[in-house]
Design a protein around this ligand. Structure first.
Ligand SMILES: [Zn+2]
Length: 173
């Protein structure tokens, strides 16, 4: 039975911390990756990182086509090693910033290295939505959220919404 790990939202400290690299590979990591994939499906996301479920580790699961198991990528310690000069604006949202969407300018293509579930080195070239999601998720591992990358005008527009997300967290903790 699938169960969500629960999503940390804007105002939660773990979202603003730099996540630590994973050093141990094995059953525990595989189990956690599985739970993350399930959580991504339940929460209806195309990407999810460990800090978003309260675990400050450099782990991301990504699937631009959620119904297609073949497009699922599990990334451990991912790193962008090259990106295109060409950029574009595209509307983003985030499970950790509910109710807010906005245009973010990013390179249209990236090359990323990462370790797979078994600790084997992988390299991937991506463009389009996949490149977009990879960059958004790796930002999370640095404690950066897409709202940080919005225009100043847009930031002003969403200021009170962000404030109420912070207040929501405060009353829960
Ligand atoms: Zn996000």
């Amino acid at each position: 039975m699938m169960k969500s790990l629960g999503i940390r939202t804007y105002g939660s400290d773990v979202l603003r911390s730099e996540s630590k690299p994973v050093e141990e590979f094995g059953e525990e990591l595989s189990e956690f990756l599985l739970r993350m994939v399930e959580t991504m499906l339940i929460e209806d996301g195309v990407g999810l990182t460990a800090p978003q479920v309260g675990v400050s580790r450099r782990i991301a699961v990504i699937n631009p086509e959620p119904e297609n198991e073949k497009t699922l990528i599990k990334m451990v310690n991912p790193k962008i090693v090259a990106f295109s000069d060409e950029t574009e604006a595209f509307e983003e949202g985030c499970l950790s910033v509910p109710g807010i969407r906005g245009n973010v300018i990013r390179p249209i293509a990236v090359e990323v290295t990462y370790l797979d579930e078994k600790g084997l080195e992988r390299r991937l070239q991506a463009d389009g939505l996949l490149a977009r999601v990879i960059q958004h998720e790796i930002d999370h591992l640095e404690g950066v959220l897409f709202v940080d990358r919005l225009s100043i005008a847009k930031k002003m527009l969403i200021k009170s919404k962000l404030r109420s997300l912070i207040d929501g967290n405060g009353s829960k903790e």
